[in-house]
Design a protein around this ligand. Sequence first.
Ligand code: CUA
Length: 352
Amino acid sequence: MPGRMGKERGRQERTPVVWMVIHGAIASAFGIAAGLAIDWFPEQGASQAGPIDHLYDVLIWVSVPVFVTVMIIVLFSVQNFRMRPGEENLDGPPIHGNTRLEIIWTAIPAVILVVLCAYAWIVLKDIEEAKAGEMRINVIGQQFAWSYEYPQSNGNPIKSNQLYLIKDQPVRFNVKALDVIHDFWVPAFRLKIDAVPGIATRYRVTPNRLGTYPVVCAELCGLGHSVMRSTATVVSRDAFDKWIAERKAPAQTADGGAPDAKKLFTDGNGAATACGGCHTLADAGTSSTTGPDLDKVLPDMSAKEIEQSIVKPDAEIAPGFEAGLMPKNYGDTLSSKELDALVKYLGEAAGK
Ligand code: CUA
């Protein structure tokens, strides 16, 4: 008789375990399917994006069942072992731990962690490997703009507020900061790294898809952090060579005509560091209040003063604004023709 009772007790204890495993498997399957179906990331713009997205998918495969297991046990415990009316003053049964269970719940997560860390390390090592014939680009972060330098054989780098990259050409970014910590992030490439004053950080990328992708500052760096944006334009080698040649002769525009100053104001020279990202100017349709309202301050300024406030922004500060908010490198990154056109446009457009 005792034998039969033992068998029955065993069957009763197994039933909820079977129930939990079945429901856990169903919930995990739904969770994994949903996790894989959702587009978490933007388009892949570099060869590094594929392995990173795959790593993310593997993390979903592993972490959803872990989450579901914990939740099922919690729900099961709430259902069966919760305090019921009249039990407020009762102590629970005296339990002194379960060594076998503790070993299991320590060993399984440890194995999962070690395997995932090893996999992630392999992916990172693969991505960060130096490629033959890398192109070097210096990335400079400052409040609140990105600028880029293309080292040239004559020692004078070509400076730009725009980031142009060649499709299928490996790049090594050397990232620097001039004031506080920023973070150079191109979501389409999946990579980002802090720009830290005093040290050079770097990462490698091989753009493999033509297009224009947002560059974001991913480190809270001050008042203009949210407008510290730029774009990375991936072009063919021919288009890049043409663009670099234009930068070498910055006084000339492609068609020989005057630069479009309103476009310069709203988009930057290309897309980076646009004045309109921080300043209100009715004529250009911008309304940001990070910097002074140009419709109010410009009508009292001469062309000389306007030029100085672009090139040496901290020489004179409008009331209510702090020094150091505006990038100090416009004198370098705008060509003289662009600067002239901008000053002329601002003198005419302000207060209209
Ligand atoms: Cu620079 Cu945030």
